[in-house]
Design a protein around this ligand. Structure first.
Ligand code: FE2
Length: 377
């Protein structure tokens, strides 16, 4: 019945030519970084970390780095028109520019990937200040999105050279329990999923660990296909979605239309206590998708025993799914900007390494209700 395929290509022991230590930070290009940083602090519980701008010798942009546990977001805005950042915002609205990856050797990461066909975004550069040295390089991926490779083993500063520590005496929001980036999903154009799967395989040495076709992920109207790409140690996972034919407009098509091209659809952030995290986020104004209460009627029949009480899950609208290795709890925010583009996922894994396939139908019906309200279905 199921057309999901679990591919296990552990062919021989190969040397990982692009060893990744995880996500270093996610950088967003936004219309107003000062206010966006405040949103991520007040609503999501990030702490002020570092600032770069005219006061630190950066003349053309301002960047605010915020952090919660191992999650680091950078909000960047241009100070003038007519440059790459301003053009990015004009075209896409607020969105993810860089999924930056921590490496031990940024020069080698750039050489290995560009040698295999990646388009260079930034040749390796050494950034120095009194706290040491960071080597940074970068390549293009789908749309206008990039991967920066960050080598910071010889750096002791707050964030990166060019930044100064940002102590915000006014506001220190309480933690919400968000821990690290679990995965980042890209939306690509029709028939572009497989070329990007090939890119992550050939250029970055990733493996396709899960595939979903339109039979898995379709509702009456909305359909998509997805393949999950993972690096060798599993620290970095990039599902890639493309739209599929349905009766009406796929959620991926809506994204592509409003983002004006391919880009990052959602960033999934891990927590060890999703009830606490989502309670905190909701109390601070983060809006989440809602499935109908009937979702919970037969939930335990579908997923078996879970450690959590059902009532708080139901009250918060948290979704549950099980795979061979365990279960997971997850919830999706509404888009965090006015364009129906980027959103966030909150995920707590209890053994499961999958992505919540059992929730796709209920979830996509919830997304479709939102699309219909926007007049985009
Ligand atoms: Fe996800």
């Amino acid at each position: 019945m199921s057309s999901t395929t679990l591919t296990n290509k552990n062919t021989a022991i190969q040397t990982d030519f692009l060893p990744l230590e995880g996500t270093d930070y996610v950088e967003f290009y936004v219309g107003n970084a000062k206010q966006a940083a405040h949103y991520y602090m007040s609503a999501f519980g990030f702490q002020a970390l570092a600032y770069a701008g005219p006061e630190t010798g950066i003349k053309d942009k301002a960047s605010y780095a915020v952090r919660q546990h191992k999650l680091t977001f950078v909000l960047t805005t241009p100070l003038r028109s007519g440059n790459e950042i301003a053009d990015h915002i004009y075209k896409h609205g607020d969105g993810v520019k860089s999924l930056s990856l921590r490496v031990n050797d940024a020069a080698k990461a750039w050489e290995e990937t560009t040698h295999r066909g990646a388009k260079s975004y930034m040749e390796p550069v050494r950034l120095k200040d009194n706290d040491g040295e960071v080597v940074m390089s970068g390549i293009h991926t789908y749309g206008d999105t990039i991967h920066l490779f960050i080598e910071r083993k010889n750096y002791k500063g707050a964030f990166l050279p060019g930044y100064r520590a940002w102590n915000n005496p006014y506001y220190k929001p309480a933690d919400t329990g968000l821990l690290y980036v679990d995965h980042c999903v890209g939306n690509v154009n029709w028939n572009q999923m497989n070329p990007w799967v090939k890119f992550y395989e050939e250029v970055m040495g990733f493996r396709n660990i899960l595939s979903f076709d339109d039979k898995d992920i379709s509702t009456e109207y909305s359909a998509l296909m997805s393949k999950v790409m993972s690096n060798g140690n599993g620290f970095v996972k990039f599902p890639i979605n493309e739209p599929a034919e349905g009766k009406k407009k796929s959620q991926v098509e809506e994204y592509l239309e409003f983002y004006n091209g391919e880009g990052c659809q959602h960033v999934a952030m891990a927590t060890n206590d999703i009830v606490h995290t989502v309670t905190e986020l909701r109390n601070r104004g983060v809006e989440f998708l809602r499935v109908p209460n009937t979702y919970y009627d037969d939930l335990l029949d579908r997923v078996g025993h879970i450690d959590e009480d059902l009532e708080p899950l139901k009250e918060l609208g948290i979704l549950v799914d099980r795979d061979d290795e365990g279960y997971l709890l997850q919830l999706f925010s509404k888009p965090v900007e006015d364009r129906p583009t980027l959103f966030f996922e909150i995920i707590q894994r209890k053994g499961a390494k999958s992505f919540g396939k059992g929730n796709f139908k209920a979830l996509f019906e919830a997304i479709e209700r939102e699309q219909a309200e926007r007049g985009n279905l």
